[in-house]
Design a protein around this ligand. Structure first.
Ligand code: ADP
Ligand code: MG
Ligand code: MG
Length: 935
């Protein structure tokens, strides 16, 4: 018969049933289960228990019933637990209580359900009370069971029980749960049972086996609960996985002040620092800490409260961290001085902590540098380079409140007091939203994800709000207790100030500070993020692709260089024509009818361009700089035709408004300009006179540009700056175009070097953005010494879409309807555009084996497109300076994913085999890796 149930010490059997992979075990038993099995095997104190597999859950979901044999196996396992613990389920003389806990392959904190204290009923509670000589504990446990059972199995609103409990506390004048006496809890159990019957229509089940069965069903069902489904949508976890159910012997943190419960991270999940961070509560049960019901103590205090337990705890957690080679998030309970571990998993953390922990662990020798690089995603790097508050502006603003800095980042938004409103305002109202709550619960997650920031008045660093915010990279401040939220009047009061819903606030998740109004934000500096710099340097050592940047001005080039760019892949020269003092000269040039007239105007532009290039070369000293010759159609430099026409008409009617003379002095000039612009009009300018075509019709412009480039390069060389200019001819469609223009330009290059008596290395090459150029790449490469893919135009022309029109009118529909997998202007279309690129590289290198190949379109900063560039053998990708760090990491990831099969690669594998000594399987390196992997 199929095995649906595994006892905690059956790790080996579970492993065997999935073919030996730890990833498979996690799939079968869920992450929580796998952790419990692993800890049991390692001799860590885990309360005895067993796990019903995810396969059982999937069967249950398919048929609506437990699969045949499963419940029998569960009852047999329960007998086994009774034997190990010497207790009996349902007995009132020596009762065994258990928890029924959900646990999927990937942890979904708080998204599914867990029921504690199963096995209590009216008789057992009396027995437990006598046995422990602690009636307060027994009745407290019983009321928790009714509460959790009602909520989980029957979906009762928390309010059903919270309300009478609040009333009771008020009546007695209590502030805290700990003030409740045995009598109070007993009274409350009575009230809870009445409420239970009122809402459900039957009594709370006294049959403990019925309790266990219903609880198990409810946990299976919670897999498809709304909040679990929402969470999976947001995190991309598949619905097919199912959840396991873990039945675990209860250990009690609420047996008095020698008992307690807590959660801890082995390193700080917010900053990554190597210090244990956690909280615990004495005389409390598991969920109390996470719910933030009482303010918990920092874990360090445990060393004075219970030094022995603390020492044991530190030892166990450090072992767990080494075993999983990752930061662990653990749950523990102390029952009358004895420590029990209830959960361990790789902890969720901020982008900052991801980087710091990866770098630290590599430096500690726990993982390799390649592992460290692998653990950080391009998105993490992106997050780290996101805006932070402008320091000067922040200093001027008044701190309204301070809370726990739970998830770093700067958030500015309008405040809303509940998840639904927050989500609505963000999605429909297109507002930047900050969700403000006393504390958050799992059914608030949709609002949190839609928000720019989260702010709570209660709870600590391990509260629900903090955990979720960190995971999604949303800035959060929690436990800002100075805020008094009035849900009814939809406002909050901080000191003297009253702030109503919809007002703007700024929240700094890194410092825990909360401000009224909007504080401007700015990009953080990479130089200060030393761990990220270290990691990126490791990434560079791994990557095969270089990362260059698109930069038009020296200041952009300097930023690109400081972000690690190894060259400029695209400098768009035409931007330089738009500067106010230059544009009139450019327009003169365009309007002159003769070549001599054009040359005259261009002579005036030359010194400007030379200066532009000089600055670029200086900034990129030692690195290549690709300068693209003029690309756009000339009408882009001219005044807007419609506006001009309006002016002309007005002047004709009313005279010249600028002189007010009534006489239209400027009119003839304007009329001439208008006529000129009209004569330049093209029906499809983007496919008309531009790029190399313009250079052939009107070579004076590019001749001036090439002269400016080489004069600047020569001047720099004389100043001991190492220059590698690369002149890029745009929009080539046939090699004949290059044959026409390139020799003329090369002659200018030679002339300048002759004049200045200097020599330096340079290249002439072309942008590849027309399908025909790709197809005939072998020919094109006869002249072009380098190719640079302009994938924006190449995508437009390959698909026959105009980007603006496509994005405005139909791309969304296409993606929705599955006609295109993604927007091809954001993620390179590998099958079409990508294959043209591949062909171009292969053919080009047949003619010119050392042909330099790069990409300079927006795709150069997109990780998926970078992967393709690696696969087709690009030398570099070029992207905006801000994306350079992201691209560096992506380039390393693809190199790790597709290692070059050489002797060196084999050596790496061999080393891992040795490490994995205990498991001589077919692919040992993989087994070991998966076991320690987060997902
Ligand atoms: P979650 O995945 O939401 O953390 P858990 O199944 O881990 O849910 O349980 C919720 C809380 O109950 C945790 O604090 C956990 O430590 C505690 N808990 C679960 N099982 C037991 C048990 N057998 N004894 C004591 N506490 C338990
Ligand atoms: Mg847990
Ligand atoms: Mg182009």
């Amino acid at each position: 018969m199929k095995k649906w149930v595994y006892f905690f010490d059956e790790a080996a059997a579970a492993e065997k049933s999935v073919g030996g992979s730890w990833d498979g075990v996690r799939g079968l038993l869920g992450g929580k289960g796998a952790g419990l099995f692993d800890m049991t095997r390692a001799g860590v104190p885990v309360p005895p228990g067993f796990t019903l597999t995810t396969q059982a859950c999937n069967e249950f979901r398919r048929t609506g019933k437990f699969p045949p044999g499963m419940w029998g196996q569960a009852l047999a396992a329960l007998k086994q637990v009774e034997k190990r613990t010497g207790k009996k389920f349902g007995s009132s003389s020596n009762p065994l209580l258990v928890s029924c806990r959900s646990g999927a392959k990937f942890s979904m904190p708080g998204m599914m359900n867990t029921i504690l204290n199963i096995g209590l009923n009216d008789e057992v509670v009396e027995g437990l009370s006598r046995l422990t000589n602690n009636p307060r504990f027994a009745w407290d446990s019983y009321r928790r069971l009714i509460e959790m059972f009602g909520a989980t199995v029957f979906g009762l609103d928390d309010e059903v029980f919270e309300h009478p409990m609040g009333e009771h506390k008020k009546k007695k004048g209590y502030q805290l749960d700990t003030e409740m006496t045995a009598e109070d809890w007993k009274a409350l159990v009575g009230i809870f049972k009445v409420e239970y019957k009122k809402h459900i229509g039957e009594d709370f089940p006294q049959d403990v086996y019925k309790q266990l069965e219903l609880a198990t069903q409810a946990v299976f069902e919670s897999w498809m609960g709304k909040r679990a489904v929402d969470y999976r949508r947001a995190t991309g976890i598949s619905d097919d996985l199912g959840t396991a159910v873990n039945i675990v012997t209860m250990v009690f943190g609420n047996m008095g002040f020698d008992s307690g419960t807590g959660v801890a991270f082995t390193r700080n999940p917010s900053t990554g620092e190597k210090t244990m961070m956690g909280e615990y509560l004495l005389n409390a049960q598991g969920e109390d800490v996470v719910a933030g019901i009482r303010n918990a103590d920092p874990i360090a205090n445990l060393s004075t409260h219970m030094p022995k337990v603390y020492e044991q705890f530190m030892k166990i957690t450090s072992r767990l961290e080494k075993h999983y080679t990752d930061m662990q998030d653990v749950e523990f309970t102390i029952e009358r001085g004895k420590l029990w571990m209830l959960q361990t998993r790789n902890g969720k953390r901020t982008a900052k902590a991801i980087v710091k922990i990866a770098v630290d662990m590599a430096n500690e020798g726990l993982i390799s540098k390649a592992d460290a690089v692998r653990r950080v995603t391009p998105d993490d790097v992106d997050t780290l380079l996101h805006p932070q508050f402008d320091d000067a502006a922040r200093k001027k603003s008044e701190v309204l409140a301070k809370g726990v800095n739970a998830s770093p980042g700067a958030a500015v938004g309008q405040i809303y007091f509940d998840a639904d409103t927050a989500e609505k305002m963000a999605k429909e109202g297109k507002q930047d939203v900050i969700m403000v709550r006393p504390f958050t619960k799992p059914d608030d997650v949709h609002g949190m994800i839609a928000s720019k920031g989260i702010l709570t008045s209660e709870g600590g660093a391990t509260s629900h709000a903090a955990v979720v915010a960190r995971q999604f990279g949303i800035p959060a401040v929690v436990g800002a207790s100075a805020m008094k939220i009035d849900m009814e009047r939809r406002l909050m009061i901080i000191g003297e100030k009253t702030i109503t819903e919809g007002e703007w606030m700024s929240v700094d998740g890194a410092t825990g500070e909360v401000y009224l109004g909007k504080i401007p934000t700015s990009a953080p500096s990479l130089e200060e993020q030393t761990d990220l710099l270290t990691l990126l340097n490791w990434a560079d050592d791994i990557a095969k692709l270089q990362v260059w940047a698109n930069a038009d001005y020296p200041k952009d080039a300097r930023r690109a260089r400081s972000y690690g760019a190894k060259g400029i892949g695209l400098c768009r020269t035409e931007h330089m024509f738009f500067e106010p003092e230059r544009l009139p000269i450019v327009q003169d040039m365009i309007l002159s009818d003769t070549s001599a007239g054009r040359t005259q105007a261009l002579d005036k532009l030359l010194p400007y361009q030379r200066k532009d290039f000089d600055g670029l070369f200086e900034a990129m000293d030692g690195y290549p700089v690709i300068i693209r010759l003029i690309d756009p159609p000339l009408h882009e430099f001219m005044p807007d035709e419609e506006k001009l026409l309006e002016e002309v008409v007005t002047m004709r009617v009313k005279g010249d408004p600028s002189t007010g003379s009534g006489q239209a002095d400027g009119l003839p000039a304007k009329e001439k300009l208008l006529a000129a612009i009209r004569s330049m009009r093209e029906s499809n300018p983007m496919m008309g006179l531009r790029g190399v075509r313009l250079s052939i019709v009107m070579p004076e412009i590019v001749e001036m540009q090439v002269r400016a480039i080489f004069e600047a390069a020569a001047d720099c060389t004389l100043r001991k700056i190492v220059v590698h200019p690369e002149v890029m001819i745009p929009l080539t469609g046939t090699v004949k175009e290059l044959e026409w223009i390139q020799p003329r330009l090369e002659r200018i290059a030679a002339t300048v070097m002759e004049e200045k008596k200097v020599k330096f290395i340079y290249k002439f090459g072309t942008m590849i953005e027309i399908p025909r150029a790709c197809v005939t790449a072998a020919e094109v490469a006869k002249l072009a010494q380098f190719f640079s893919f302009g994938t924006n135009d190449l995508t437009q022309m390959t698909f026959g879409y105009s980007r603006d029109d496509a994005e405005r009118n139909f791309l969304v529909t296409y993606v929705e309807q599955g006609i295109l997998p993604k927007n091809p202007f954001q993620t390179l279309d590998r099958e079409g555009v990508g294959m043209l690129m591949k062909w171009a590289v292969d053919e080009g290198r047949k003619t010119r084996p050392n042909l330099e190949v790069g990409i300079c379109g927006e795709h150069g900063g997109d990780p998926d497109s970078i992967e393709w560039c690696h696969l087709i053998g690009n030398n570099y990708v070029s992207c905006s300076p801000f994306r350079v760090p992201i691209a560096r990491l992506a380039a390393a990831h693809v190199a790790l994913k597709y290692p070059v099969k050489k002797v060196a690669a084999k050596k790496v594998v061999a080393k891992k085999v040795v490490k994995a000594k205990a498991k001589p399987k077919a692919k040992p390196a993989k087994t070991v890796k998966l076991k320690s992997k987060k997902k």
